[in-house]
Design a protein around this ligand. Structure first.
Ligand code: NI
Length: 195
């Protein structure tokens, strides 16, 4: 009787431990790329092209395609935005689940009105975001986006920047990066397979 009274709690404890391990392994995120996956993206509070305050929470329930750049960008930004617009057109009705978000890395020149005019060329679905230098630095850091001002001989400046498209889930977590060089057809395929 003494042995049995020790054995039963011991077995119960072992069983509870097994259940705990199984639940932990089944938990969402197990086997994901680990910390770096969780570290891309995060909360932001910025101003959209219509002058309204927008936070990351406003986009919950829809996929976000986040791209950083600036309106003075001579080639890469407009090409990528056109590629995104084209891919979303190809997606058809599925594209309603996706919000393309363009975040400026040049808030000194890209005010709300500048973004409004610029993005109207790519489509009404685009959300443009600007903010103070501190707000932009913060969101760029959250997404691990490199950018740096380069002063030109003319006295103006350009902004060197990474050109990566980030796909964020409807829950606001990082899903994947998408290749900005692959073209609209492939982008639509990659996007379609993930939605
Ligand atoms: Ni650019």
């Amino acid at each position: 009787m003494i042995r049995r009274s020790i054995l039963l709690p011991g077995l119960s404890l072992a069983l509870a431990l097994c259940v705990a391990i199984v639940l932990w392994r089944l938990a969402p995120g197990f086997g994901a790329a680990g910390p770096e996956r969780a570290e891309v993206g995060g909360p932001f509070l910025l101003t959209d092209q219509n002058g309204h305050a927008r936070s990351d929470r406003d986009f919950r329930g829809r996929w976000m395609l986040v791209y950083f750049g600036y309106t003075y960008c001579p080639d890469v930004c407009p090409a990528t935005l056109e590629e995104i617009a084209d891919a979303l057109r190809r997606l058809g009705t599925k594209s309603r689940r996706v919000v393309p978000v363009f975040i400026t890395l040049d808030p000194d020149r890209d005010h709300a009105a500048t973004l409004r005019k610029y993005l109207s060329a790519f489509g009404p679905e685009f959300v443009g975001l600007t903010g103070t230098n501190a707000q932009i630095a913060s969101v760029a850091q959250a997404y691990r986006v490199y950018f740096a001002k380069r002063v030109l001989p003319s006295g103006t400046y350009s902004v060197d920047h990474a050109s990566t498209i980030y796909l964020m889930t409807p829950a606001g977590t990082f899903a994947s990066t998408l290749d900005d060089q692959e073209g609209a057809v492939q982008l639509e395929k990659d996007l379609g397979s993930r939605l």
